[in-house]
Design a protein. Structure first.
Ligand code: CMP
Length: 136
């Protein structure tokens, strides 16, 4: 039962804009993640709407999609044992104000929208999200 797992990580526009990608990637490496796939892209609002479709009924959906498509992002597939859960622990709470000290969102996040990183919330969604960006 020592199988490694994959999870999708996004370094969001606010972090790329502040040139934090190397610092954040270094945090992943330090915490035992292998970045097995990576690309820098600038997605359209329609692509953001597809990616965040699970949130389409939420009041913040439109702003969220505007935001994710507002500038370049880094999408990565992160690999390690328990990658999904460990990445969520490393990221901290969605709202940087509530994120535990030392977590990525506590260190780099600006607000609940500009929270610097996204990570898959389950193994099932990780597969869907990795396919979304890396299936050719
Ligand atoms: P993320 O993990 O990328 O998934 C959905 C995003 O919606 C979340 O991070 C936040 O940046 C954003 N968001 C904005 N408002 C809220 C809210 N009230 N609750 C949860 N997520 C929110």
């Amino acid at each position: 039962m020592n199988e490694s797992e994959q999870t999708l990580s996004i370094i969001k526009p606010d972090a790329v804009e502040r040139n934090l990608q190397d610092e954040i990637k270094n945090e992943f490496n330090k915490n035992g993640f292998v970045i097995s796939k990576e690309k820098k892209i600038h997605i359209s609002k329609q692509e953001a709407e597809q990616f965040y479709k699970v949130h389409e009924t939420k009041p913040f959906y439109n702003d969220l999609c505007e935001y994710l498509s507002s500038g370049p992002i880094i999408v990565m597939s992160l690999q390690k044992k328990n990658a999904v859960l460990d990445n969520r622990k490393l990221m901290g709470a969605t709202n940087p104000k509530e994120a535990e000290k030392g977590t990525l969102r506590e260190k780099y996040g600006i607000s609940i929208d500009k929270n610097s990183v996204h990570g898959s919330d389950s193994i099932e969604n990780a597969k869907i999200e990795i396919d979304f960006f890396f299936k050719d």
